[in-house]
Design a protein around this ligand. Structure first.
Ligand SMILES: [Zn+2]
Length: 271
């Protein structure tokens, strides 16, 4: 367990659905009197054991709630277990709740705008992009942002329809940047302690990629695959090109929503 501030701790929760290096980051906010859990891993045995061990180390505090940042299994999969284990309500945004059928025996309450956890004020806000109902957590007194999978500790984020929406994601990144966090707790990877620089890099990287795609389309219509092969030819090995295509499709969806490009058969052209 890593300490972010006197009130916030990070667990590294291995998930049976993920490779070992990308364990889910789960967070504890509060003190020995009351605590809030943010994300739950995928519910695998090893992940549950880590949460149990870290909760013990925190002094077995009563849980006031469990925030699930988004519906993906590596974040929500342990929610039913954690809710039963610690008798706490589970918060998930309705737009993400709508993306899976079975309720898994949980009420899945809509996240309130703020929660008081002992002496700590916690703000929850809708931060769509990676998923439509992504919820991010802001602790103003500590200037800590828990960004779910809107920020990853060691890489940029794949924004891919139908879950991802690049236009929304860029607006969210601007909002996260405006909070001026000191530390970002990502959904996976290392804690981000140079938050301003990191978010600036994220935004710059996306804007630059967008300019590159528009410039390529100025030379003539191209498909997402053709664009990805040009953009990522020296970056991605062929077996990972699907990832590049997914990134390009995210940009194209955003450009299309803004009226900058239009589909042209299998390809896209500049408008
Ligand atoms: Zn994740």
């Amino acid at each position: 367990m890593e300490e972010l501030t006197a009130h916030i701790y990070a667990s590294r929760v291995p998930a049976k659905t993920l490779p070992p290096y990308s364990a889910t980051r789960c967070y504890w906010i509060g003190s020995a009197e009351a605590i809030l859990l943010v994300d739950t891993g995928d519910g695998g045995e090893a992940g549950r054991a880590v949460l149990e061990r870290d909760w013990e180390a925190l002094g077995r505090p009563p849980l006031v709630g469990i925030v699930v940042t988004h519906y993906h299994l590596d974040h929500r999969g342990g929610a039913a277990w954690a809710s039963g284990r610690w008798h706490a309500p589970v918060y998930l945004h309705p737009l993400d709740r709508a993306r899976f059928a079975e309720g898994e025996g949980l009420a899945w309450e809509a996240p309130p705008a703020s929660l008081t956890v002992g002496e700590v004020e916690v703000t929850l806000f809708h931060a769509p992009g990676h998923t439509p109902g992504q919820v991010n957590v802001w602790v103003p007194d500590d200037r800590v942002l828990l960004a779910g999978d809107n920020v990853l500790g060691n890489s940029t984020v794949v924004i891919h329809p139908p879950d991802g929406d690049l236009g929304q994601y860029l607006v969210t990144l601007e909002r996260l940047s405006a909070l001026k966090p000191d530390i970002i707790g990502p959904g996976h990877g290392d804690l981000v302690r140079n938050a301003a620089t990191y978010l600036h890099y994220y935004l710059d990287h996306r804007r630059e990629r967008n300019r590159q795609i528009l410039a390529l389309l100025d030379d003539g219509p191209k498909s997402a695959e053709e664009l990805a092969r040009i953009i990522y030819r020296n970056v991605l090995p062929a077996e990972h090109m699907a990832l590049g295509v997914a990134m390009v499709e995210g940009h194209l969806a955003w450009c299309q929503a803004l009226g900058w490009v239009a589909p042209d058969g299998e390809r896209y052209r500049r408008v």
